[in-house]
Write a protein that binds this ligand. Structure first.
Ligand SMILES: *[C@@H]1O[C@H](CO)[C@@H](O)[C@H](O)[C@H]1NC(C)=O
Length: 409
């Protein structure tokens, strides 16, 4: 049985810059790139990447907590360099949907059978605030680990994410034979004039990312948001870049849950502030009240946080870009939109993707809400071409339904 539109995801209890690039970040990257190019003229692949893709400057659930073990999963990919860290914790949470043709039941027989790990941790919560876990994840930087997070910040922040809802995006129904259907909405210009709004809103859950403007675009993109996926960095950039398009704050409907993709300590500091209903007490966002972003309802059931193992796994196994073989490898991560779509693929039974990049992307503006036409922009910290190819492969494998407008692929 389908949930009525407006049901809550959690019952009470692109580009360095997929969120819109801060000028300073783009400039910094450009300078870094030029410096490295001067120092490393022999980096041919790097040169190609930069010359083809210039850096532009622009602005609940009541389920019982599941067993989680810290055991390592051996890598079946022998060529993986050890610094990429292709070993992960395990989480048994996602094995139990009753849907007869769920993604998890189908994926083993596809080309992704050896890529997919059924016990990869998707979310992190209080259970993970342990010193041995900290030692393990302290090896990896950015979104891929906890290298840049102090133990006291990490512990005090994650410990607050301690509700039964913290371990799951949404309730899994092991006995139901119906399937959980998710609409995952990127911000691509292909949605402009699409009329897909009612189709999107008719799904059980609707995912959105970064500068997710719905007001005034309901016909094309719908109005519901069950999950808003962001890093604090991409959200703040999007607020700055798309204010003129009407993006004043992330969606704040009663059903909306906020899913952090932590890639900096500012994410842990903002989460801690939100869950203790206080202003951010330190770092770049010191003094900001979380209500500015998330509205007045700051109960723990409204928040989730993606696990660094999950982001590293997506990078290593689904979006292992050639950028990883360049001096920029530490800047690279899957785009926030890509992480959102792959999160849905790892949690929902069926996934429809709207507003993601397609081979015909040159025919559309960058975003559906652009007032003037803008080219899609490529940055060296993401690999949008590889993401585009991945969506095509997942579509061909029957894992994903991808909105392609009139491209007819
Ligand atoms: C979660 O942590 C808070 C703050 O430490 C505490 O008051 C609350 O009882 C905890 N809730 C659960 C379900 O353990």
């Amino acid at each position: 049985m389908r949930r009525p539109p407006g049901s809550r995801c959690c019952p009470p209890a692109l580009m360095l810059c997929s969120g819109g690039c801060a000028r300073s970040t783009g400039l910094l990257l450009t300078l870094l790139a030029m410096l490295l190019l001067l120092l490393l003229p022999a980096q041919r692949s790097l040169w190609l990447q930069l010359s083809r893709t210039p850096v532009h400057h622009r602005a609940t659930t009541t389920a019982a907590p599941r067993r989680v073990t810290q055991a390592s999963w051996p890598s079946p990919v022998p060529s993986m360099p050890p610094e990429l860290g292709d070993t992960y914790g395990q989480d048994e949470t996602y094995s139990s949907s009753g849907c007869p043709n769920s993604i998890r039941k189908k994926i083993g027989a596809t080309e992704f059978g050896a890529t997919f790990l059924s016990t990869i941790p998707v979310l992190q919560w209080a259970r993970h605030a342990q010193e041995d876990e900290y030692q393990r994840l302290h090896q990896y930087g950015g979104a891929h680990g906890w290298k840049d997070i102090r133990w006291d910040v990490l512990k005090s922040s994650l410990s607050l994410l301690n509700a039964s809802s913290s371990a799951l995006l949404f309730d899994i129904r092991p006995l139901a034979t119906s399937c959980t259907r998710c609409a995952v909405v990127g911000n691509g210009g292909i949605l402009h004039g699409s009329g897909m709004g009612p189709t999107i809103d008719a799904h059980d859950y609707v995912f959105r990312v970064n500068g997710a403007i719905t007001e005034g675009f309901e016909r094309d993109v719908g109005s519901r948001t069950s999950f808003y996926v962001f890093s604090t960095n991409t959200m703040v950039n999007a607020l700055r870049s798309y204010a003129a398009n009407g993006f004043r704050h992330p969606p704040q409907t009663p059903e909306t849950c906020y899913v952090f993709l932590p890639d900096h300590d500012r994410d842990y500091l903002l989460l801690r502030a939100a869950l203790s209903q206080q202003r951010v007490d330190s770092g770049r966002d010191a003094g900001v009240h979380p209500q500015e972003f998330f509205g007045k309802d700051l109960q723990v059931g409204k928040f989730r946080m993606l696990h660094p193992d999950f982001i590293r796994y997506l990078r290593n196994r689904f979006l292992r870009s050639h950028i990883l073989a360049t001096p920029f490898w530490q800047l690279y991560r899957p785009s926030t939109g890509a992480v959102m779509l792959l999160t849905a693929i790892h949690t929902c039974d069926q996934v429809s993707a709207f507003g993601f990049i397609t081979p015909g992307y040159r025919a559309y503006s960058d975003h559906y809400y652009d007032r003037e036409r803008k080219e899609v922009q490529f940055f060296i910290n993401h690999d949008l071409r590889m993401e585009m190819q991945l969506w095509q492969r997942l579509q061909r494998s029957g894992i994903l339904w991808l909105y392609t407008g009139s491209e007819g692929t």
